[in-house]
Ligand binder design. Structure first.
Ligand code: DOR
Ligand code: ZN
Length: 441
């Protein structure tokens, strides 16, 4: 039963400001907001939220929840539990599952599974292959088309510039790219004297490979007037180039592991646990990414939650698969930055909630506003805790941020008006809905 709920006295946060308000939720929606004590409403329940912060639920536009095909790593139930615990109320999942999400029927199957099992709202990227071009021009309720320009986990790969060109030409949707130039990766792998250690990963997956792919994709997006979203930026070169390019067709994303970790120091202990594509680079790149997020050259952060089991990740380089979990730790890590006065809570809401809603045209989510869906996170900024992999909801059971002390934690997560997570426990039932993506791209 949803009923109605009055959330009293929380600090309500948007990208524009923070103020104490009462929030009245009726059914699935935010009905009305007002100064404390001024709302003329009769609520079934009230929640005293004084001293807490109320944020719009995070929209994590980049996760790999592994279903179907790799359910031992994660599935929609466990991934969405991890999301809820991390204050994420909507996720967009990537197509490198098994089978890959490349036909309308794959998309339908995933949405059916999510309708049954997801604790939070969902939608799914469609993967581009050299063989599914006709599908890309179809109207579909999806956040976008995913293109792997360099090979990564799974075998979705577009390494032929002619095929890439056709994808941009025909697509009726936003195109999200994993930008690493496959030819450069392959050449590096052949030419370099490899050592068989994690250092190879950086020597193969160079900044030049990243810049080459992202600039090729940008060229096509501008030429065909299609929206391009560059996923997980990792290089100072790319942000310098994007800063001067300033194209209305192009947006970009950065991930927590690329701004909170750097090589070699930050990842030495992690070894292959820190193997991820594109790689975690030097501090110089890390600083450039953080600065680009702050200046608006990069508009959003997403987790790229890519769980693998600990045993898989502990295999020697290069067999250990690339990717790390992150959906549950992204918001807490950012809250710690707020605590350190590096950034404001308003900026966090901009990068994690409002901008993703804007870029992907998510209908009625991403803001605490009258008429919007009640996707909300109540945050206690004073709780200090230690991140521990075994305490997280993801099946992965490990995290690259093991042992990090953070201050600030989601205490309640509401999805479509229903509280699904409270003080460390899932409550109620999976209540996720398909996120509606509005309007043609
Ligand atoms: O590190 C990565 N892991 N990068 C990707 O592009 C894919 C992801 C995965 O699915 O494991
Ligand atoms: Zn990814």
């Amino acid at each position: 039963v949803t009923g109605s709920l009055l959330i009293e006295g929380a600090q309500v946060v948007s990208s524009q400001g923070t103020r104490i308000q009462d929030v009245f939720v009726d059914g699935q929606r935010i009905q009305v907001l007002g100064d404390p004590g001024t709302l003329q409403v009769r609520a079934d329940r009230t929640l005293d939220a004084r001293g807490l912060y109320l944020l719009p639920g995070v929209i994590d536009a980049h996760v790999h929840f592994r279903q179907p095909g790799y359910e031992w790593k994660e599935d929609l139930a466990s991934g969405s539990r991890a999301a809820a615990a991390g204050g994420v109320t909507t996720f967009f999942d990537m197509p490198n599952t098994s089978p890959p999400t490349v036909h309308l029927s794959d998309l339908r199957d995933k949405k059916e599974l999510a309708a049954k099992h997801s604790w939070v709202n969902y939608n799914f990227f469609l993967g581009a292959t050299p063989h599914n071009l006709p599908v890309l021009s179809e109207p579909m309720n999806i956040p976008g088309i995913k293109v792997f320009m360099g090979s990564s986990t799974g075998d979705l790969l577009i390494d032929d510039p002619q095929v890439l060109r056709q994808i941009f030409m025909v697509s009726a949707h936003l195109i999200a790219v994993h930008a690493e130039d496959e030819a450069t990766l392959v050449a590096n792998q052949k030419q370099l004297k490899l050592t068989g250690t994690m250092e190879d990963h950086l020597r193969i997956r160079t900044p030049e490979a990243a810049l080459k792919a992202s600039s090729l994709a940008a060229e096509m997006a501008i030429h065909f007037k299609k929206r391009l979203h560059i996923l997980h930026l990792t290089t100072a070169q790319e942000v310098a180039w994007l800063k001067q390019l300033k194209s209305p067709w192009i947006t970009s994303e950065v991930c927590p592991h690329h701004v909170f970790l750097s090589a070699p120091k930050g990842v030495a202990r992690l070894n292959t646990l820190a193997k991820v594509n594109p790689p975690i680079r030097s501090e110089e790149h890390q600083m450039a990414l953080w600065a680009a997020l702050k200046s608006g050259t990069i508009q959003t952060m997403a987790s790229d939650h890519a769980p693998h089991t600990r045993a898989e990740k502990e295999r020697p380089y290069p067999e250990a698969p690339s990717g790390m979990p992150g959906v549950e730790t992204m918001l807490p890590l950012m809250l710690q930055q707020v605590h350190q006065n590096e950034i404001s809570l308003n900026q966090v809401v901009g990068w994690l909630c409002e901008k993703p809603a804007e870029i992907f045209r998510v209908q009625g989510r991403g803001k605490i506003q009258e008429g919007y869906q009640a996707d909300l996170v109540l945050v206690d900024m004073e709780t200090e805790w230690v991140i521990q992999g075994t305490q997280l909801q993801s099946k992965a059971g490990w995290t690259a941020f093991e042992g990090w002390k953070v201050k600030g934690r989601p205490v309640m997560t509401f999805v479509n008006g229903t509280c699904v997570y409270r003080n460390g426990t899932m409550v109620s039932m999976p209540a996720g809905q398909e996120a509606r993506i509005g309007g043609p791209s």
